[in-house]
Write a protein that binds this ligand. Structure first.
Ligand code: 2PG
Ligand code: MG
Length: 402
């Protein structure tokens, strides 16, 4: 089956920004994918090309891909790289490239009559990731709120995905009650997490109180995690918080202290994006998952460097950071071959596109970071519930560093 038509159109994301959707056709089959967008982006991410170039890019991409086999994903992604001709998709845009790449994979799975997770992950893909839910947030996603970008919860005691998401949703609600109890006004940030004028320590305490109630009500054990998004705090010399400034050594010590004090399971981007050594020092000092997002940007060259320097033990995977499904797959494979755990992630600017739910299952990810509430987040979570209910032998993944 050949790609017969490929069209781009402008649509909107959850922040109300214009983004791009790619739709591909083969006989009576149609599939599409929409590009998400970050706010706290890594410097070396694939370039986002302005949507005003839509006609020019459509011309180039459709000329190159129409007529190719929908099943030749490797060749399709290689062609996207070839017509772009740069390392970081600065010519056709990572947003244009990833939507074509994913839409074609979805089209192929549709033609075969199998779900995308099976097309990418094989017949034995049967494990569901735990939802890593953002419940309080600040940083670049809600300026004026906490310094740490994301306070996350993981329902590690849940026996299935439906209950796992239920526990996260309940925690999100209990946190709201905790804010009310303390007389603190809270609104929601870009990812649906609560945002308020509180310190990071207060956020931890509020979540702790909420989790205790959720655990006693549901019997599901919860753990906490954070995405520090430390590149956003780094001023070139120090990490600047609402209420303090820390040197690199201070930051490493603070992260280790938080991991210990709050029994954290997951710490993302604890140091800025180029501090591979600082990352390594922290990874040695703690037993939890230390995850690289801005430092790795789903890029095998940066992940390779991280592996050589023992910078982390977990990788955040965002397909739009690298621009093709093939490159995303390679980043996952390299990470896993070297003992890293995989976390598939949304972006702060999202849409109803549910593709990453399938990729998380296909890649056997330990966690999926995709928020707790809000239509664009629920799209992925509900898709995972559907996947779980359709699977004959579904089970939750094993979290290695519990
Ligand atoms: C992150 C993401 C998603 P953004 O830092 O991990 O939560 O944020 O999409 O803004 O980069
Ligand atoms: Mg991050």
């Amino acid at each position: 089956m050949l790609i017969e038509d490929l069209v781009y159109r402008i649509v909107f994301d959850s922040r109300g920004n214009k983004t791009v959707e790619c739709e591909v056709h083969s006989a009576e089959f149609v599939a599409s994918a929409i590009a998400p967008a970050g706010a706290s982006t890594g410097t070396e991410e694939a370039v986002v090309k302005d949507v005003s170039f839509i006609e020019e890019v459509q011309d180039k991409v459709s000329k190159a891909l129409v007529g190719m086999s929908v099943f030749d994903q490797y060749e399709i992604d290689r062609t996207l790289r070839e017509i772009d001709g740069t390392q970081n998709f600065s010519e056709i845009g990572g947003n244009f490239a990833i939507t074509a790449s994913l839409a074609i994979a979805k089209l192929a799975s549709q033609i075969l009559g199998i779900p995308l997770y099976m097309y990418v992950g094989g017949a034995f893909a049967s494990e569901l990731p735990y939802p890593l839910g953002n419940v309080i947030g600040g940083g670049a996603h809600a300026k004026g709120s906490t310094s740490i970008q994301e306070f996350l919860v993981i329902p590690v005691g849940a026996k299935n995905f439906l209950n796992a998401q239920y526990a996260n949703a309940l925690t999100h609600k209990e946190i709201r009650k905790e804010f009310d109890k303390r007389g603190i006004f809270a609104a929601k940030g870009d990812e649906g997490a609560w945002a308020a004028q509180i310190t990071d320590e207060e956020a931890f305490e509020i979540i702790k109180a909420a989790i205790e109630r959720v655990e006693s009500e549901t019997g599901i054990k919860m753990r906490m995690g954070i995405d520090v998004a430390a590149t956003e705090l780094w001023n070139g010399k120090e990490y600047v918080y609402r209420d303090k400034k820390l040197t690199t050594d201070g930051q490493i010590a603070y992260m280790a202290e938080l991991a210990d004090r709050y029994n954290l399971l997951f710490i993302e981007d604890p140091l800025h994006e180029n501090d591979f050594e600082g990352f390594a020092e922290l990874t040695k000092a703690v037993s939890c998952m230390v995850c690289g997002d801005d430092i790795f940007v789903t890029n095998i060259n940066r992940i390779k460097k991280g592996i050589e320097l023992s910078s982390a033990n977990t990788v955040l995977i965002k397909p739009n950071q690298i621009g093709t499904l093939t490159d995303t797959f390679r980043a996952v494979k390299l990470s896993k071959d070297n003992g890293y755990e995989v976390v598939v992630s949304h972006r702060s600017g999202e849409t109803e596109d549910e593709t990453i739910a399938h990729l998380a299952v296909a890649f056997n990810a330990t966690l999926i970071k995709t928020g707790v509430v809000g239509g664009e987040r629920i799209a992925k979570l509900n898709e995972l519930i559907r996947i779980e209910s359709e699977m004959e032998h579904a089970s939750m993944v094993k979290i290695r560093r519990l």
